[in-house]
Ligand binder design. Sequence first.
Ligand SMILES: [Fe+2]
Length: 375
Amino acid sequence: MVSFFTAIGGFFVALWSILTSFLPFCLIDISVEPAVFECGNDNYCIVWETSTKGSGYVEYTYNGEEKVVWDERSGVIRTDDTVHKVVVPKEEIQGNAYKVGSQYVGFKYGYSASKGQTVESEEYNFNGVPKDDDIKILCISDIHYMEKEMYESLEYFTEKPDLIAYLGDVTSDLITKDQFADYILKDAHDLSGGEIPVIYTRGNHETRGEFASQIIDYFAMETNEFYYTFEFGPLSAIVLDSGEDKEDDHQEYSGLVDFAGYREQEYKWLNSLEKSEFADSKYKITFSHNPVLNNHFGKDWTAPLKNLDMDLIVGGHYHKSEFKDGELPVFIDCGKNKNAAGTWAASMMTLKDGKIHMLTIDNSGNVLLDKTIDA
Ligand SMILES: [Fe+2]
């Protein structure tokens, strides 16, 4: 009798799966196309959003072999989310084509699942191939919902970047997952076309709101935190997470942050980095949303960075364009410009012939900064 009911149950589940493939509420779309994020030396993570929950996979061909890499945890494919993250080895995707796909999954039962439509993206030709020199990094900080002005400013940069430095404060808070997908992911895709690696640097505004503690789940940094290192040809980079910009007991945080503990852990990690890891690199750059770190909550974070022979710290946060010279120079990219209301500026950094060139242009074509330093 048990096997009879099991068979009947299996029949109805199979029938349900066939029917749901055609039902409107079992359809699925890609609502935010993929972006490829730096997360260390070995892997990239590819992130996209679908209109309803379901599975996620990335497909490409490597060494003649067709590969499918799933969004999974400990062997179980994730099906209960609309945002999908797949971690792929850098060497397999650099200079290669890939596409992402998702299938609607209504529910996973103990012994079966109700599934619906499968959707796949177009094929993206990912670059990410490190060059020997002449590396162009598009710097985007503090968008704060000024996408229109951002794209106006990008009209003044004609050369295609090799990397996007996505320097934080894309949003002004992160209360919902939709904000994360519709701004952080969507802007990352629109800026990179899914074909250029994006260096995500968390902004202080992205630590605020109900959803803020969850965004780490959608990245795959080697440290499992927002601070990490990576190499790109002759560039060695440190990405720091400057966290919140005020003490933990500030009333804005309602007693619900512990950046004191987080900073301590990050500072310890920074001090654990070995000079030899960076020794062979022609260009050594630190990315940090707040790049002014000589007195970062009572500690001089530039001391370990100087020990690692960093050439420059790049960030945003101050809503102005500025270059601070010194033993370890600081380049403040602009974004939303507090000195001219309604204006917004992006920057292009060019690493070439042992020099770092920084060029900042606003959405009216005004050059706010044009500076070259030796690396
Ligand atoms: Fe900001």
